[in-house]
Design a protein around this ligand. Structure first.
Ligand code: C2E
Ligand code: MG
Ligand code: MG
Length: 696
């Protein structure tokens, strides 16, 4: 007989217990004790019980009578153990037989408990409750163990001292470390070093205060690879509230990060050309302006628009237009430095931002380069296309200090460029336009000046201060520009220094001075040394000493015929290599003078390390002698110290008798300046020297 006394109302919250006994009276007693707390189902034979197990819901517990006619409880249990579905159902034997033998065989078979009749209701309830609770815990533990073993996330358990106790297989897959390798270690062994100490401290604060932390972190796996992970840490406390364990679970989020990065890239770049887009430009420009403001540096912003692009696009189609734009972006990249920012604003509009020192000087150069490059014909399919860029340039901080104003100014400048005819570049301010145009024009003609023989050398005589006799001259370069007349060296030497032209020019000066000295000697003029100025670049040029020596040798002149002047600041930059170069020059027999002394910041003591023959006191200290107490003090101090170091002193820019007298009193060796003579051309210098030496 089968019965089911569960009420119609389905309530699956209460555990289901199957009572099996051949005596209905016994069933009644058991059911009475348990009803209320449990759902009850009954069976009056072993066969019925097994049938019920096959058909209906699996009970949470079976109370099984041992002694039953037909099939004993022991046999029922044996069959259950052979059946996968019934195997795990907990069973309590209930029997009148209290002999140990029977208890043992029951427990051996896998019964969970044993009760003897007559059953006391309270004991029965307690045993059932305990057993069910134990089973529930076991199930949860099994589940937890399963999750731990099979979780896709790495799990790491550390003790209260944060030593690793246990890790799961996913941990090993992700980090490369096995359980044995990490047990007992501190999790810091996984750290990549990218997380700062402050970040770790904040993490532990959260763990302590809230018992929980979640965030991203960079770790290093066993092979040294660095990966981002999303980490969750929670604490397990004991009943007193003390932390027993930390449970950390984490997953590699490299792919997620890469996907985010791809999305970010798409949002910030133009799909056609791969260049940064307007949004990106805005963000980068904001940063560039902020850092220029911080560093007091400058910034140039260019708007570039392609002339005739619309016509090309409309007549030849979008594919051709697109290819042209791709090629334009490629040429832009090629014409600029890595650090320059290039963006496509849309259509045929591009923007370029130049940053760093010299950005403004660079702007005109960069614009010329872009012009040249973008104006070359484009071969697209069968078409040879021509386009030129119109470029507008605005400058930070002159034209504005916000993104909006810089963009607006560059845009305005670009329209001016378009108006002025195609393929032009234009600065926002007129003065800037003029200045850069002149600058560039000068620079361009500088390239030809050498070939066209526009350079000449003037010689400024120097005299001994004690007796006034001529002791030599300084060679000073002059540029006779066909349109501008004489261009002073202060205007073109910095330019030539910047673009490298100074090397061939400087070499020409040396050759010309040698040629002139040889010519004078030919005509019977006694050999007085000529000082030649060396630019910084020339000074650092490989093989300089050998070159000067060779030139002198070729002209049949002794080494003392030429003296080299380098400025104090040239000598002091990279002082160590300067010392090497100076020793090489000195070793070759050349005498060396430090020019413009007093304008740099070197101490005389420092100069002691260099093999120097002469100091030239800068004109700015001579100018106000003898009226300015400060300058007189400086000039006399320089003279005393230089003498102490065994150097000769030349005073530059001596314009008055008073200056000469003062310098002579202080013990200065030589003078150079308008008072003795202005710089003279070669013929005038020859005449001057003959007269000074009382020669015919
Ligand atoms: P520096 O070497 O200090 O040359 C002296 C400058 O002072 C010359 O200017 C000279 O004309 C000027 N000067 C001389 N006496 C007086 C005076 O009594 N009063 C005033 N007011 N000025 C005087 P300059 O010729 O214009 O040359 C300027 C600078 O250009 C030179 O300064 C030198 O640094 C550079 N320079 C000239 N020729 C060469 C060259 O062949 N190579 C290189 N690298 N630099 C050169
Ligand atoms: Mg000089
Ligand atoms: Mg000087």
């Amino acid at each position: 007989m089968l019965s089911d006394d569960t009420p119609q109302k389905v309530d699956t919250d209460r555990p289901l217990i199957l009572l099996v006994d051949d005596l209905p009276a016994n069933l009644h007693v058991l059911a009475a004790a348990l009803r209320g707390e449990y759902r009850i189902r009954t069976a009056t034979s072993g066969v019925d019980a097994l049938a019920l197990l096959e058909r209906a819901d699996t009970p949470d517990l079976i109370l099984l009578d041992v002694m039953m006619p037909g099939m004993s409880g022991i046999e029922v249990l044996r069959r259950m153990k052979a059946d996968a579905r019934a195997r795990d159902i907990p069973v309590i034997f209930v029997s009148a037989d209290s002999s140990e033998q029977s208890q043992l065989s029951g427990l051996d078979l896998g019964a969970d408990d044993y009760l003897t009749k007559p059953v006391v209701a309270a004991v029965l309830r307690a045993r059932v409750r305990n057993l069910l609770a134990r089973k529930r815990t076991e199930r949860q533990l099994r589940l937890a163990a399963h999750v731990f073993e099979h979780s896709g996330e790495a799990i790491m358990i550390t003790d209260r001292d944060n030593r690793i106790v246990e890790v799961n297989p996913a941990f090993t897959r992700l980090t490369g470390y096995t359980q044995e390798e990490v047990r007992g270690q501190n999790p810091s062994m996984l750290s990549s070093g990218r997380t700062t100490r402050e970040e770790y401290e904040a993490m532990w604060r959260d763990i302590r205060d809230k018992g929980f932390w979640q965030g991203e972190m960079w770790d290093r796996d066993k092979d040294g690879g660095i990966y981002p992970k999303l980490l969750t840490i929670s604490v397990v406390r004991n009943t007193e509230g003390r932390v027993d364990y930390h449970i950390a679970s984490f997953a590699d989020i490299s792919e997620q990060k890469a996907a985010e990065e791809r999305i970010r890239h798409i949002a910030h770049h133009d799909a056609l050309t791969g260049l940064p887009n307007r949004l990106h430009l805005h963000i980068s420009l904001e940063q560039a302006i902020a850092s220029a403001r911080r560093e007091g540096s400058e910034l140039a912003m260019m708007f570039i628009d392609l002339d005739r692009f619309k016509v090309i696009n409309d007549t030849l189609g979008h594919n051709v237009g697109d290819s042209l734009l791709v090629e334009v972006s490629r040429r832009l990249r090629d014409s600029l430095r890595e650090s320059d920012l290039i963006a496509r604003l849309g259509g045929d509009e591009f923007a370029v931002v130049l940053t760093g020192l010299g950005a403004i000087n660079n702007a005109a150069h960069a614009a010329e380069k872009i012009q040249l490059s973008l104006s070359r014909p484009y071969l697209i399919g069968d078409h040879a296309l021509h386009s030129t860029p119109s470029i507008g340039i605005s400058l930070y901080p002159q034209d504005g200090d916000t993104i909006e104003t810089l963009m607006k100014c560059a845009d305005t400048a670009m329209y001016h460029a378009k108006e002025a005819g195609r393929g032009q570049y234009h600065f926002y301010t007129e003065s800037m336009n003029r200045r850069t145009r002149e600058h560039l024009a000068l620079e361009n003609s500088l390239h030809e000046a050498l070939e066209r023989g526009e350079f000449v050398i003037h010689y400024q005589p120097q005299a001994d201060l004690t007796d006034g006799r001529p002791v030599g001259a300084e060679a000073l370069l002059r540029w006779r520009h066909p349109e501008r007349g004489m261009v002073p060296p202060d205007e073109f030497i910095p330019l030539a220094e910047e673009n490298g032209m100074i090397l061939p020019i400087g070499d020409w000066v040396l050759r010309e001075v040698c040629r002139q000295l040889a010519a004078w000697r030919e005509r019977g003029l006694p050999l007085l040394p000529v000082a030649v100025n060396l630019s910084a670049r020339q000074f650092r040029q490989e093989g300089l000493a050998g070159r000067v020596r060779a030139l002198l040798g070729a002209a049949g002149l002794p080494m003392r015929a030429i003296e080299l002047e380098i400025t104090e600041s040239t000598a002091m930059t990279k002082a160590d290599t300067s010392a090497d170069v100076l020793r090489a020059l000195h070793g070759a027999g050349l005498s060396i003078a430090i020019d413009d002394f007093g304008t740099g910041y070197s101490s005389l003591g420092y100069l002691k390390r260099f093999p120097i023959d002469k100091l030239k006191i800068d004109r700015s200290f001579v100018m106000d002698i003898p009226d300015d107490a400060n300058d007189t003090a400086i000039a006399s101090a320089i003279i005393q110290m230089a003498r102490g170091l065994g150097m000769k002193v030349v005073a530059e820019g001596v314009e008055t008798e008073a200056q000469r007298d003062f310098l002579r009193e202080q013990g200065c060796s030589y003078m150079q300046g308008y008072w003795y003579s202005r710089p003279l051309d070669a013929d005038a210098y020859e005449t001057f020297t003959r007269k000074a030496l009382n020669l015919a």
